[in-house]
Design a protein around this ligand. Sequence first.
Ligand code: SAH
Length: 326
Amino acid sequence: MSGKISLVGIGPGHHDHMTGRALAAIAEADVVVGYSTYIKLVADLLEGKEVIRKGMTEELDRAVNALECAREGKKVALISSGDAGVYGMAGPTYEVLFQAGWTPESEIAVEVVPGASAINACAALVGAPLTHDFCSISLSDLLTPWPVIARRLDAVAAADFVVALYNPKSGRRTQQIVQAQQLFLRHRRPDTPVAVVKSAYRRRERIEFTTLAHMSECDIGMLTTVLIGNSHTFVQHGLMVTPRGYANKYDLDDGGNTRSGEKPGRSLSTGLLGWMADLRADHAEGASAAALAAQHRLPVDYIEAVLAAPAEEESAAAAPLEEAQE
Ligand code: SAH
């Protein structure tokens, strides 16, 4: 009998938010390995199983343990909160496996079972903050140099992403969140909405709405995710909402009619093709590539490449948009 390693994301904490596959993977496991807090969250599913509890910093040990058990022909479930691949055990486990000479063709099967990550869980609790482009950044500098983290914070703050901050603060790491706030305030308004969500879907769940100017004063810890809105995110009736970015296209006050100059089912007039046409027209009227680059905050060589490309056929521009959005 050959062994198996399942990397199981158990979701934010409550069984209602665990997938059927995650429940099945735990049910079929002989051995369950995980950080003690997560073991507690699934305690009722572990009867008759060998359980290996590990501390927070013993990640590689956990992966090595899992491999040893699988080599004995056992089915091992390595559990992570949220999604096992999001700041979780999936990466370190594959690294340990590769180092041991494992390949996907080997005797030992490996499965990653996806789960709802903290970003999904926290977003659902506060409203709909992720309706436009978003990213996550971990403030943990245990394995990542601070300049790397700071550069990412600076870049995404400037690029107006909605951002989820994982690992925002711990007993020993208290200043990272203050630094993140400083970097964000260089690009975003002080009244940008921020939601601080602690222990989503767990017993001590707590949600606090604040603003970028005050976020570092909030009660933030190891079990908190901080969601920072983009420049269009708003809070209404206690719900944090980010518009889909159609504000320029549909007039919500006017029954959702399309604004003048825009067509339903087509890219915006400032979408790629419309924008290229405008760019060419401005260039023809004397605007330099450098001036256009500054105006649109894009690299000059990109503007030059767009201007040098042959203009799209009229028919391509007029073709109906094929992609459908939910
Ligand atoms: N694999 C996990 C993330 C592990 S990193 C996932 O996909 O969610 C640990 C960080 O995740 C915590 O510091 C916190 O920022 C976030 N987190 C995990 N569970 C959470 C929960 N129930 N509520 C709020 N944040 C949570």
